[in-house]
Design a protein. Sequence first.
Length: 444
Amino acid sequence: ARLIAKGLNCIENGVTDTPCNRCENCIDISKNKFIDLIEIDAASNRGIDEIRSLKDKINYQPSKGRKKVYIIDEVHMLTKEAFNALLKTLEEPPSHVIFILATTEPDKILETIISRCQRYDFKPINLKESVAHLLMIAKSEGIEVDDSSLRLIYEKSGGSMRDAISIFEKVISSCYDEDITLEKTEKILGVIPEKKLSEFLEIVSKNNVVSGITFLDNLWNDSINVEEFLKSFAYYLKELIIKKKSPFNITKSIAIIEDIFEVMGKFRYEEDKRILGYVILHKITEFEEDIKVTYEQPIKEKIVEKIIYVEKESSEEISEKLKEVSKVKEKIVDITIEDVRANWNDIVNEAKKRKMPLISFLSTATPTKIEDKILHIGFYAENRFHKESMEKPYYNDIFLGVLKDKFKGKVIVKYDLLNEKNKIVEDKTDFVERVVDFFDGELI
């Protein structure tokens, strides 16, 4: 936008696409001192009053240049009322005024505004061009820098050459005339080392949950931001997909990235980010060993036992045995919802001891009722992820084990989604019950 302002107001070359960068106007624009260049941040000046104030001033002629240039940055942040106020001015702008509207989200700008503008979409610069330009700067300054550092700077710039140069200047100033290496660049920019990302990838690919938890704990103890690490891991996996070097197939690789960002969105307010890491680790890891121990072994033993009975006994005896087996089926324990509510804190704490992520899931759960000997556990819509996690066999079995130990028998659980209407009714019911208890009364 400033280059356009220079091209319109260059003294030496006139109206041009190659401003001289030497004349008074070009130098003032570079130093942000040009009186006829007005930059407005729409994020902080987004209301109708600011646009009305702008409309009052645009009728004044330029003081030094040919054109008065208004650059409105992040224009999509303007309110609808502000857009409508700006519309009339864009339809019939004064001949001495040029508006440059800059945005990263053009889809949020009203069609009536877009139709009155010339649109130019600037694409991110590619890696090759960015690295070549940074190398040219390094050679002119007599600085030694490796290619890995330049690639990292490009990634951090998001394809913006201006940002890449700013980041490069920061790295140069921090290296104090020393050669620039990838290790130094990572440290200066606060980037997660690729070695750490590779180590975590190996843990995930081997489904090693215990090592994964230890790894995340070590990150926490080393003051590495776990959330930032997981985000970097997602981008690292994306690069491996592009290079066709991911240890997983494309479907699983993309599913892992999706799981990471889904969980990060739901746990963004959690203070201890290790919990975030534990949940993500669970979602992206297959619990093969646990499944084998929990299910397959007991089933095999029972099968062997029954085969022995078949070999030794007659058909009549077998029939009797089967009847006995059906009678001996594990009996469902007879409990009330009051029993569950009274012991709920103990149940949650015991579940936490057996598996840490359960504390996050169950802290948003509510025992709602017991119907047909089934305990119903409710979650509100905003905690749908917690409900879905509890429904997974791995966590559900741990929770059922806690209930069995607590109530000395089998408990069947169903997880429900509650709506706001349920919430209101429950709140009212709890309130009425508390009032009745307080006055030692009876509800009739």
